[in-house]
Design a protein around this ligand. Structure first.
Ligand SMILES: [Mg+2]
Length: 386
């Protein structure tokens, strides 16, 4: 058994294809931190924390990390704590990390992804096998339209529809008239068959305000409305007033949150991240609670680079509760970009080969570990200071 020899960090900044923003975002996406773990045999595993300082849970009960915070937490506390552990013993890895510092799920996820990657490489299996197996071989992609102009959104919606995307998510949560006009425009541009969901990122002030606005949008057929305002009880109130299902995102970080959501008997969908609960192992716990409660799930994230996105894909492949289309990028290095924009948010990426998009879904990679190797020359190219 080869033990963990080192964990180091590197902050990167990938250039974006266009600006991608949502309500409350104060930092550019793509400025994220990677973890590089080695074992005693010289194998390398990679992880990522797509940490944003403004991303948090309701009423301050969880709060954002950033590249600089993750760098400090990993370098000072987590790396020394996991040194000497077996990378395949994920429960011990978490116990060691939790014993040395409370909280910081993004930092812990980044270390845990690297351990899974290493363990998979050593055992010769993809990470989804370590999570229990393969519930699906394709992960349908939801293309996310951020806070851009209506003109731009119309063009983008029409193009991604032509490229095979079947679900579009629209960021809302600002001016209600503009939000409704945006949904109408995207529906017209994308056609009647496109599934459209909206994400307010807690942007509406009250459940009542959210209900009035979302009822207007329901005329354009919404698949679901994500986190219309802040609070589990308050989004449950919105859900009871609407025909459209409501999804919990900022309200749903870990398995305990999923239990509280189930107790409301109103929220139909939970958005699971691999980072919010602190890694893949705990994301599987969230998925298990949701499955027991009959709640449907998708995988959402923070537009990770390919490194973190591979963890999303491995998780989406393994968790039976994840049945919905996922807001994951189609991670593609510059050499493979051919003018497509479906699921593309960056001008380049950090993995050696692109994720394959077929009929609007990513093919799950089956190579050992996370499934696609990291391109260390790209990591160097995009390296920045935290
Ligand atoms: Mg969201």
């Amino acid at each position: 058994m080869s033990r963990i020899a080192s964990v180091s960090t590197v902050v990167v900044h990938l250039p974006t294809r266009r600006e991608h923003k949502w309500t409350g975002l104060t930092e550019p996406i793509g400025r994220y931190i990677l973890t590089r773990m080695t074992d005693e045999d010289g194998r390398v595993g990679w992880g990522e924390a797509a940490a944003l300082k403004d991303w948090g849970g309701e009423f301050g009960r969880y709060f954002g990390e950033s590249a600089a915070i993750v760098e400090l937490v990993v370098d000072r506390y987590l790396a020394p704590a996991v040194k000497g552990a077996d990378p395949a013993n994920i429960v011990e890895l978490h116990a060691r990390m939790d014993a040395v510092i409370k909280g910081y799920p993004y930092a812990k996820a980044a270390v845990e992804f690297a351990a899974y990657d290493l363990a998979g490489k050593r055992l010769g299996v993809p990470v989804h096998v370590l999570l229990g197996g393969c519930a699906r071989r394709q992960v349908p992609v939801t293309h996310s339209i951020g806070l851009i102009s209506i003109d731009e959104a119309e063009k983008e919606a029409a193009q991604v529809a032509a490229e095979g995307i079947r679900t579009i998510k629209i960021k809302i949560g600002g001016d209600p008239r503009h939000d409704v006009a945006m949904v109408r425009a995207v529906r017209n541009a994308a056609g009647p068959d496109m599934d459209i969901c909206v994400d307010a990122n807690e942007g509406y002030k009250t459940p009542g305000e959210a209900v009035v606005i979302l009822r207007e949008m329901e005329k354009y057929r919404l698949k679901y409305a994500e986190q219309p305002c802040m609070g589990i009880e308050r989004i449950a109130e919105v859900a009871r007033a609407l025909d459209t299902p409501v999804m919990a995102d900022e309200s749903a970080w870990n398995a305990h949150d999923a239990l509280q959501i189930a107790e409301q008997h109103a929220i139909d969908i939970v958005s699971i991240y691999t980072t919010k609960p602190g890694g893949l192992y705990r994301a599987m716990e969230v998925a298990a609670v949701c499955r027991a409660a009959g709640i449907a799930c998708n995988v959402n994230g923070s537009i990770e680079t390919g490194v973190g996105n591979l963890a999303n894909i491995q998780f989406a492949a393994a968790a039976p509760a994840v049945t919905l289309s996922c807001v994951v990028p189609v991670s593609t290095p510059a050499e493979y970009l051919k003018g497509s924009i479906a699921g593309i948010y960056y001008k380049d990426d950090l993995i050696r080969e692109p994720m394959l998009l077929v009929d609007g879904a990513i093919e799950v990679p089956f190579a050992p570990g996370m499934g696609i190797d990291v391109d260390e020359t790209k990591v160097e190219k995009y390296r920045v200071h935290a």
